[in-house]
Design a protein around this ligand. Structure first.
Ligand code: FMN
Length: 257
């Protein structure tokens, strides 16, 4: 099989790492690959913060929903939506005066910029994931980076138009690591031809049949089906509430006049 396709097929999220640093030349390759990602208008409306400091890792472990493996990764990469750089550049370009002279409305970073910046950041992160994998370095996304915005803003000096979007933990696979490739839903439920297909009750039952069959009786949430289980495990949780609260704070700050 084609090397790239095989790499994509075999990638897994890695949450346990060999006790080995990532060499500078390898980390450079991962970051250079992230920077080859496409971005809206080639504006690169994202930034990356490289974290190696144990104290920062410890704090990130705690403030990203208490996930201990985070602090054990040799390197963490934080991907941020970033319009501050462009906005600051606009300031030295006399943009306000230019708009006034040319009867143009001066628009500050808005919802569209959050959407595009977050997209740029995620796409760059995925390039990093695949580049790491190609170097035998495993990775895991940490979505909880968007929690506790106030702490992260102070820890990393984030100005108004810079938002954390995703974090990757990176580290070598442990020796003899047994990769477990997780299942995906059937393609017919995810990919549609020419127009959207809303799944009916029968389709949905069929789609979740496999997950349903693996749901153990007496699971700790007392769920009768997979819907109840995933709701209790992911949605009705402190981390989900915190994620929503924190996102509201950061988005309000960005949109504030
Ligand atoms: C946006 C995003 C956020 C994620 N956040 C976490 C996380 O906080 N902790 C974690 O252990 N895994 C996290 N993951 C990894 C997913 O659990 C994982 O991708 C999924 O279970 C599929 O497994 P696979 O990546 O091995 O195929 C995240 C993945 C994505 C894409």
């Amino acid at each position: 099989m084609n090397e790239t396709l095989s790499l994509i097929k075999k990638r897994v999220s890695l949450r346990r790492y060999k006790d080995k640093d990532i060499e500078k030349n390898k980390l450079d390759k991962i970051i250079n690959s992230a920077m080859r990602a496409p971005t809206a208008g080639n504006m690169m409306s994202y930034s990356i913060i490289v974290i190696k400091d144990p104290e920062k890792k410890e704090l990130l472990s705690k403030t990203c929903d208490n996930q201990p493996f985070i602090k054990k990764a040799p390197v963490l990469l934080i991907f941020l939506a970033d319009y501050q750089r462009l906005y600051d550049y606009f300031k030295i370009c006399n943009l306000k005066e230019y708009c006034k002279d040319n009867e143009l409305k001066f628009i500050k970073p808005n919802l569209a910029s959050i959407f595009l910046g977050a997209g740029d950041a995620f796409i760059a992160a995925q390039n990093a994931v695949l580049a790491a994998e190609a170097l035998d370095i495993g990775s895991c996304y940490i979505g909880d980076i968007v929690e506790n915005y106030e702490i992260k803003k102070d820890l990393f000096d984030l100005p108004k138009y810079v938002l954390p979007v995703a974090m990757l933990s990176l580290g070598y696979y442990p020796d003899n690591y047994n990769k477990r490739i997780s299942n995906r839903f059937d393609k017919k439920n995810i990919v549609f031809n020419e127009k959207y297909k809303r799944l009916d009750n029968r389709d949905l039952k069929e789609m979740y049949k496999d997950k349903e069959s693996k749901l153990k009786e007496n699971n700790k949430f007392g769920a009768e089906n997979f819907g109840q289980y995933i709701y209790a495990r992911k949605f009705n949780t402190e981390f989900y509430k915190e994620m929503n609260r924190s996102l509201e704070v950061m988005i309000k700050r960005w949109l504030k006049e």
